[in-house]
Ligand binder design. Structure first.
Ligand code: TYC
Length: 131
């Protein structure tokens, strides 16, 4: 095996499946490309589903129940009944899920909740975890 970028080589398989930029632009191989140069078209769909993250609220002894309900309505688009259900679940079990999001959306939700809680001087904690 002469080099690692051969399509049959495990370490080079992914890169070798991707045609060079000139080939992608519709140009044929050139004279100076070297021996064994070939255009390999992509056979595998290139899309991958993004990893998902749960956003969780943590219980504490001081944040008012109504504040937690408001957070769930405002940042997680829950109706009053669902927000109450989640708040009581956290109150009784210590932790509860507010929603499932891609990484950047989950990170934004956590930041929004933590900033809002701090602004109102409540110790409410919000975290994210990979599913
Ligand atoms: N345990 C709080 C209380 O009794 C209410 C509460 C619920 C706080 C959920 C945080 O994530 C939380 N006032």
């Amino acid at each position: 095996m002469k080099h690692v970028f051969h399509p049959s080589h495990p370490a080079g398989a992914d890169r070798a499946r991707v045609a060079p930029a000139r080939a992608m632009a519709g140009e044929p191989p050139r004279k100076g490309d070297g021996p064994g140069t070939a255009v390999i078209t992509r056979t595998k769909p290139q899309t991958k589903r993004p990893s998902l993250y749960r956003v969780l609220l943590l219980n504490d002894d001081y944040t008012p129940m109504e504040f937690v309900v408001h957070v769930l309505e405002r940042f997680f688009s829950k109706n009053r009944d669902e927000a109450n259900r989640i708040m009581l679940h956290v109150h009784h079990h210590g932790v509860g899920e507010c929603g499932v999001f891609t990484y950047e959306v989950a990170e934004t939700k956590v930041t929004q909740v933590m900033d809002f809680a701090r602004k109102h001087q409540h110790p409410l904690q919000c975290v994210m975890e990979k599913k």
